[in-house]
Design a protein around this ligand. Structure first.
Ligand SMILES: Cc1ncc(COP(=O)(O)O)c(C=O)c1O
Length: 288
């Protein structure tokens, strides 16, 4: 089933959704986005996604032309047109600098473009949760925070796209990126956690990564489930020596990692701490 797209208020099927070539989102990759999903038909953790969207906008000096309530109404309209037939929805909101001249000067782009894409949410296959997945550490280094800061959820995705394509070439479910210091940062579309001595550990924001909403939520899920969740600088050896590992993301929840670069993590099966956190996460998400 295709997507339904709202481009500046005009809702159409995917194949009719267009953006002008002179939009600086297309010309220069100047834009930001959020990916959300619904549980029971309602966008999950909407306020947190809006907070991150506003922070991304601030960091590229892009004025957002809507209130949270106005955007929520636009998402509702698009979801109604998409009619996902009782399935949960995937929602992607993009805001670009807008249409302008062939110059970086924002004076030529007075009106940001706002796009909402809605389609049925597609979960990873059940085997990913039951057996765990194989990932690789990729050669592409995560953007240095003083270049395009990974804190910005930017449409300028070349860094992650190249890393993801390397992972795909190597037949892996995901690619883990290191930062410029050689520390582990995150995956190409998800955050990384390891489990050691019963605690879940994830690289700090200073390691140069997107502050994932699922990652942030997991600190609360862990507190509920009696699993300590902490930030810690992680290196290759921490991952290879971990008891368990998993990745997190809005559309994937928590996916157990059982193999990295052909080396087995822990027992090679999804571990008890990962399972406990996934169950606690799902309990909270479905009852939110
Ligand atoms: C680079 C990157 N890291 C982490 C995440 C996970 O973030 P969230 O939990 O907010 O979906 C994403 C999501 O797309 C991402 O693109």
């Amino acid at each position: 089933m295709g997507a339904t797209v709202n481009v500046n208020g005009r809702i159409t099927p995917q194949r009719e959704a267009v953006i002008p070539v002179f939009d600086h989102g297309f010309l220069y990759g100047e834009g930001i986005y959020e990916t959300m999903r619904t549980y029971n038909g309602r966008p999950f953790l909407y306020d947190r996604h809006m907070r991150r969207l506003r922070n991304s906008a601030r960091l590229i000096a892009l004025p957002l032309p809507f209130t949270d309530e106005e955007l929520a109404a636009q998402i509702r309209d698009t979801m109604a047109a998409a009619n996902v037939n009782g399935a949960e929805a995937y929602i992607r909101v993009l805001v670009t600098r807008g249409v302008g001249d062939l110059t970086y000067d924002p004076a030529t782009t007075p009106t940001p473009s706002v796009v909402t894409i809605v389609k049925p949410q597609e979960d990873p296959p059940p085997e990913a949760y039951e057996r765990g997945v194989r990932v690789v550490i990729v050669e592409i280094v995560r953007n240095h925070p003083d270049t395009v800061n990974p804190i910005i959820k930017s449409n300028n995705l070349l860094n992650c796209a190249l890393a993801a394509q390397e992972a795909i070439r190597r037949g892996a479910f995901e690619g883990i990126m290191r930062n410029y210091r050689g520390e582990l940062s995150e995956c190409t579309t998800s955050n990384l956690f390891i489990v050691r001595d019963g605690a879940a550990l994830t690289p700090p924001l200073d390691s140069g990564l997107l502050p994932g909403i699922t990652r942030e939520y997991l600190f609360e899920v862990g507190a509920d489930a009696g699993v300590p969740v902490r930030e810690q600088v992680l290196r290759d050896t921490d991952l290879f020596g971990a008891d368990e590992a998993f990745l997190t993301g809005t559309t994937r929840e928590l996916v157990p990692i059982v193999e990295v670069d052909d080396r087995t993590i822990g027992t090679g099966r999804p571990g008890p701490v990962t399972k406990k956190l996934l169950e606690a996460f799902r309990r909270r998400a479905w009852s939110a």
